[in-house]
Design a protein around this ligand. Structure first.
Ligand code: ZN
Length: 264
């Protein structure tokens, strides 16, 4: 049935959101973010292209999309490409997690909220790198046989005021295992002595001989991936400085998780 409403006087009191106030908040308090937008990579092939059609695919039926191409130079077979990298601002809030149902001793992943200007409406899977923040990331990595070694994330050097004065450091701890025996050596590699950080990568000064695998604990900017849209549809009608209602998009809020939890 149709549900028409009765005639009521609804025009008296009026409270409008001020989109400008939200934009001011983001400009003043928003953190600097490097935003990369996600899109599905078009590199998947149809089963017919690969001569893999099954018997039930008849002459007039479409074959199905197969997996993404491992040789795709854009997505490397992962199926997601990132484009339009740009620097924006967003308010990061409610970084929270509830440990109630977490597995004891396991990593507990929380979510953060990011509020953005309506022009920066994100897509599922978009990446946000928090350029004002650092976290400690620990990684084991095979030797590449080169004089420089890029880690999973670019290393960020950080200045701290300690007992002996200001110290700027990117790698907190590093060691290695022997390539022949796979036994970890009781040797700590030190930034500034064994290696230095150049362009976010390890550059060896005194590379240990016969090293097979290294471990580095280092500072990196946390990168988050958009996983939910609790407030991505936020539109209102306002009448400020206008005789008639005007549609106005308001800032959007999305929830994000740390990137390294979901992708290898
Ligand atoms: Zn691809």
């Amino acid at each position: 049935m149709l549900l028409p409403l009765p005639s009521r006087n609804l025009a008296k009191a009026r409270v409008d959101f001020s989109a400008d106030d939200f934009a001011t908040l983001i400009a003043q308090k928003g953190l600097n973010l490097r935003w990369r937008q996600a899109a599905e990579c078009p590199c998947s092939a149809r089963t017919a292209d690969l001569n893999l059609d099954l018997n039930f695919v008849g002459a007039n039926e479409q074959s199905i999309d197969n997996q993404y191409n491992n040789e795709c130079p854009v997505c490397d077979g992962k199926g997601i490409l990132y484009h339009s990298e740009q620097s924006i601002q967003g308010v990061v809030s409610s970084a929270a997690g509830d440990y109630l149902n977490a597995r004891f001793g396991g990593y507990h992943d929380g979510v953060i909220n990011i509020s953005l200007n309506p022009e920066h409406l994100p897509n599922f899977g978009d990446k946000f790198e928090l350029l004002d923040s650092v976290m400690v990331y620990s990684q084991a990595i095979e030797d590449n046989g080169q004089n420089t070694l890029p880690l999973r994330f670019p290393i960020v050097r950080r200045t701290m005021t300690l007992a002996g004065g200001d110290v700027t450091v990117g790698v907190l701890y590093a060691t290695f295992a022997d390539a022949t025996t796979n036994v970890t050596q009781a040797v700590e590699l030190t930034e500034g002595v064994d290696f230095q950080v150049t362009n976010g990568e390890i550059e060896w000064l005194n590379k240990p001989a016969n090293a097979g695998k290294f471990t580095f604990s280092y500072y990196a900017h946390p990168t988050y991936i958009c996983v939910a849209f609790p407030n991505s549809v936020r539109d209102t009608h306002i009448r400020k400085k206008s005789p008639v209602d005007r549609h106005a998009p308001l800032p959007v809020r999305v929830q994000c998780k740390l990137e390294f939890l979901g992708e290898s």
